[in-house]
Structures are given as C-alpha cells and as structure tokens.
Design a protein around this ligand. Structure first.
Ligand code: UDP
Ligand code: MG
Length: 313
C-alpha cells in the first residue's frame, strides 16, 4: 500500500530569519511520521531575502517547494494560493514563525487516520500577547458566533490538518473576501480539536496591527452575517415608532394648548441623532456594497509570479 501523503502549506511574508529554523523543526518532526510529506511555502510578496532563502532550502531538500505571489496579497490569499497548489491526501496549514508548534502534526495525522476530516489546533494559553489583544479577540469571536450560523471555534487560528475532501471543498469557495477561519468552519465535515500552547514568535515581527485586525473582523462578519444590516432596520423601526407616538403627542398638545414655538433644543437633538443613525446605516450598507463590488469585478484572487514545485527527493 502506498504511504499517505501530506502537503504542508506555509504562508510567508518577510520571514528570512525564521525560514531556516522552520525547515529544521519540520524535518525533525516529520522524520517520525509514516507519511510522504512535502512543504509548499507561499511567498506573499516578501521584500526581504525570503525568496532566496526558500530557493536555498529547495535546493538543499527537494521536499520543500514554493509558490511566489506577484505582490503582498495578505495571509488569507497566501493560504488560498497554497491550498490551490496542494494535491496530497491531506493538507496542513501552519504559520512559519513557529508559533504553531510543528510537533502537533503527528497528532493531527493520527486523528486524521482515525477518521476525522478536519483536525484543528486550539490554544490553551496565548503567550506574549497583551491583555487588550486577548480581550478584543474574545469579543470578536463572541460577536461573529452570535451573528452567524457557522460556529467558529474560539482561540483557534488557521493551524489545522484537512483531508483532501475538506480542502477541496474549501478550494471550491472562490469568494474574494476570504475569511479563511469562516470558510474552514463553513465546509463542515468531521472535526476534531487538539489543544496546544501557543509559543511566542521564534524571530521577526508580527505583521498585524489594530487597523488590519479591524478590517479582518469586518471581512469576517460581513462574509458570514446579515445581522448588521438587520440592525439598521430594527433601529430605524424603533425610532419610527417613537416618532409616530411623539408626533401624536405634539399634535394633541397643539390642538389643546395652542402653539408657543418652543423646542429648538429638542429639534436639534432629534436631527443630530437621526443624522447619526442614518449615516451609520449607510456605512453598514456601504461595507456590504463594497464587497459586492469586489465580487462583481471577478478579478483573480491572487497572481502567481513563480512556482517551484517540491520535487520529492
Ligand atoms: N503572513 C502572510 N502575509 C501577510 C501577513 C502575514 O503570508 O500579509 C504570514 C506570516 O509570514 C506568518 C503568518 O502569516 O507565517 C502569520 O503572521 P503573523 O505571525 O504576523 O501573525 P500573528 O501570529 O501575529 O497573528
Ligand atoms: Mg505569528
């Protein structure tokens, strides 16, 4: 019987320091696994020496290949490109910075052999992250799970193993706004959770900042929920009902007591309040509309500049 094969998909953006460390760790871990494995790095438009380092790694060990994108598209797009180039019986998605310990891969493979299609890694502890980042992450997961039908596991990154069945399903979802965690959850299949302790970065710097995280959160919520749109409807209806009764009160008062021109402050309050709500609602519609605009242009999700497939040594 042929050995099962596993493709390891690794998004890389300016990671020249960690690439060699990653190579060593993966080689050491995979030695103990009874699978045919290959690594596909995705160079997400790095501006440092990452591409050269990948080439050296490929020349030294043919099981490492790479796909280089034409510019920086973002991690979600790098993952998409990597998964599109996967062909093995299973694919593992892992960060190159060693925050996702490769030592978990054998356990993932074991769970896959016992019949699971998706084995995802959930962190027990987040080392080296600030209290605010933890709190905002928490809030985000609660919000998105409350607003959408899909269930995204908390404290779970992209680190996971997917059977061919599962990753082919993910690859069929060609939407432009790619919130991968949501897509992974959306496809379903038999899922298993493994717990691990997330390490601090081995070297280099995180590519995230609060601006990026905010856009990421908006992408996630708008891709999987209409609740913000409905929210505008509910507020609008509530305000309209209030306004109706308030109008009735004013008419009655004017009929009974006559009109003595007061009410400038209350007018201002109502105008500003409604103006604020209307602009917010327009903004929400705009978030969805902009994403529909992206979809309607039908551009490719990413562009490949160079593909150096693993050559299985
Ligand atoms: N990454 C990428 N494209 C980007 C940003 C990040 O491919 O535009 C990769 C990065 O090289 C790493 C992974 O995505 O392998 C996670 O990035 P990072 O460690 O910066 O995120 P964090 O772990 O801080 O959430
Ligand atoms: Mg990281």
């Amino acid at each position: 019987m042929p050995m099962p094969s596993v493709d390891i998909i690794v998004p890389v953006f300016n990671e020249q320091e960690v690439l060699p460390l990653f190579q060593e760790r993966i080689q050491a871990v995979m030695q103990s696994c009874d699978v045919d494995w290959r690594v596909i790095f995705v160079d997400d438009g790095s501006s440092d020496e990452s591409r050269e380092v990948m080439r050296q790694i490929h020349d030294a060990d043919g099981r490492f290949g790479f796909v280089a994108l034409s510019r920086n598209f973002g991690k979600e797009y790098a993952l998409t490109a990597g998964l599109d180039h996967a062909s093995a019986d299973a694919a593992v998605v892992i960060d190159v910075d060693l925050q996702d310990p490769p030592e978990l891969i054998p356990d993932m493979i074991a769970a896959w052999h016992s019949g699971y299609d998706v084995v995802y890694a959930t962190r027990k502890v987040r080392h080296g992250e600030s209290a605010t980042k933890k709190a905002t992450a928490n809030l985000f997961y609660r919000a998105i799970n409350a607003m959408s039908k899909i269930d995204i596991p908390k404290d779970t990154g992209d680190y996971r193993l997917m059977s061919k069945k599962a990753y082919t399903a993910v690859n069929k979802l060609r939407e432009r706004n790619r919130f991968m965690k949501g897509l992974f959850a959306w496809v379903g299949f038999k899922q298993k959770q493994l717990l691990f302790e997330r390490e601090p970065r081995a070297a280099g710097q995180t590519k995230w900042n609060y601006g990026k995280l905010w856009r990421f959160a908006l992408d996630g919520i708008t891709s999987f929920s209409y609740v913000p749109l409905r929210f505008a409807t509910w507020i609008g209806m509530t305000v309209a009902i209030f306004a109706f009764f308030y109008g009735a009160v004013i008419i009655a008062k004017t009929l009974i007591l006559g009109n003595d021109v007061p009410g400038y402050p209350s007018l201002m309050v109502v105008i500003l309040f409604l103006g604020g709500i209307q602009l917010t609602a327009l903004g929400i519609i705009g978030e969805y509309l902009g994403r529909m605009f992206d979809e309607s242009k039908q551009r490719p999700i990413y562009l490949v500049e160079e593909y150096q497939p693993p050559t299985d040594s």
